[in-house]
Write a protein that binds this ligand. Structure first.
Ligand code: GDP
Length: 336
């Protein structure tokens, strides 16, 4: 696919040119840029860094929403109808998937091509499945950079979807403004099934499938979680009434507008009270540290250094050099 050749910054006169096309709303440029940031090749990494720096001046902000939920809870159905509703209101919506299962096994829970078919046909929607990175760190970096690309491209809402298994939620929470947890209606014992850590991250719990036979179970689940949320969390960045649980139906498109009103109300409150800027600044600092760590790890994979590491590993194992001195050698080579 020629469109997906990540080397395009060279072909089109550098990062500045690509940045200008992204800011102008060129979707192909955006798609290629996302492909570029997914690459781990050192030359692509340098191009990606130049691109991100060039886009910094775009000074655009989207509402970044993390959305988590176990498979089958209705994430793609919700994102599709919710996304279409937002597009109907004149907003532009990007959806990025984070699927740690694709990193581990090569198989993806979120990668199904038929997901969100109607939304994917919309001109004002941009959907990217999870990249097949080899480790979560790579997925994190790519996703964070892709979020920034979508933001610079003028999307109003960026939804970052993940599968509700723990590790990836923590990562997504570090790159979004709001965190939404999608649940299905269930009996009271289900409360235990959601990882406490994920519950603690949630700003809004949406109990989906509140329709037909499931409607009354959904109301009970909302009540259960409302109670649990009150006990679980009260942070200064939570206004009165948040975190909050409510019922929705992606299928019957019920409660979606109320959910959106809650999200914008919370985002607005956080903006007015300084939490928005403070959170984003903290997130940037966090990702800076991660980027340095990632970069160092990438340098360790350099073939010449890997050979030396192998030699030193043997020497350490044979007792010919101390662990500390061997590590010193490697760190010196890295210039650390
Ligand atoms: P995902 O794995 O979380 O992305 O879940 P899907 O969106 O693929 O939905 C899983 C199943 O739940 C599908 O059979 C959907 O039709 C169904 N589903 C999704 N949303 C609703 C809803 O609001 N009400 C009902 N009754 N079923 C739903």
């Amino acid at each position: 696919m020629a469109n997906d050749d990540p080397s395009m910054t060279r072909n089109s006169g550098g990062a500045q040119a690509l940045a200008a096309r992204i800011v102008a709303g060129d979707r192909r440029a955006l798609a290629r840029a996302v492909t570029l940031v997914e690459s781990t090749r050192p030359d692509h990494r340098s191009e990606a860094a130049a691109l991100m720096e060039a886009l910094r001046g775009a000074d655009r902000e989207a509402l970044r929403i993390g959305l988590s939920g176990t498979p089958g809870v209705g994430k793609s159905s919700f994102i599709e109808t919710f996304g279409l509703m937002l597009i109907g209101q004149g907003l532009r919506v990007a959806v990025l998937a984070v699927d740690p299962s694709s990193a581990r096994s090569g198989g993806s829970i979120l990668g199904d091509k038929t997901r969100m078919e109607r939304l994917s046909r919309e001109r004002n929607a941009f959907i990217r499945p999870s990249p097949s990175a080899t480790h979560l760190g790579g997925v994190a970096r790519r996703t964070r950079e892709a979020v920034a690309l979508c933001e610079a491209a003028g999307f109003d809402v960026v939804l970052i979807e993940t599968v509700g298994v723990g590790q990836s939620e923590t990562m997504v929470a570090q790159m979004c403004d709001l965190f939404v947890l999608l649940l299905a209606p269930a009996g009271g014992d289900e409360l235990q099934g959601v990882k406490r850590g994920i519950m603690e991250m949630a700003d809004l719990i949406l109990v989906n499938k509140a329709d037909g036979d499931l409607a009354s179970a959904a109301s009970r689940t909302v009540a259960d979680y409302s109670g649990a949320l009150r006990l679980l969390r009260k942070r200064p960045q939570d206004p009165e009434g948040f975190p909050k649980a409510m019922a929705v139906s992606a299928l019957e498109e019920k409660g979606l507008d109320t959910a959106w009103n809650e999200m914008t109300a919370l985002a607005g409150w956080r903006r007015d009270n300084g939490w928005w800027a403070r959170t984003r600044a903290g997130q940037a600092a966090h990702w800076f540290g991660e980027a340095v760590r990632e970069g160092l790890l990438a340098r360790l994979r350099d073939p010449a250094l890997a050979d030396e590491m192998a030699r030193l590993r043997e020497a350490v194992a044979a007792g010919e050099i101390s662990v500390e001195m061997a590590a010193e050698h490697v760190l010196k080579r890295l210039g650390v």
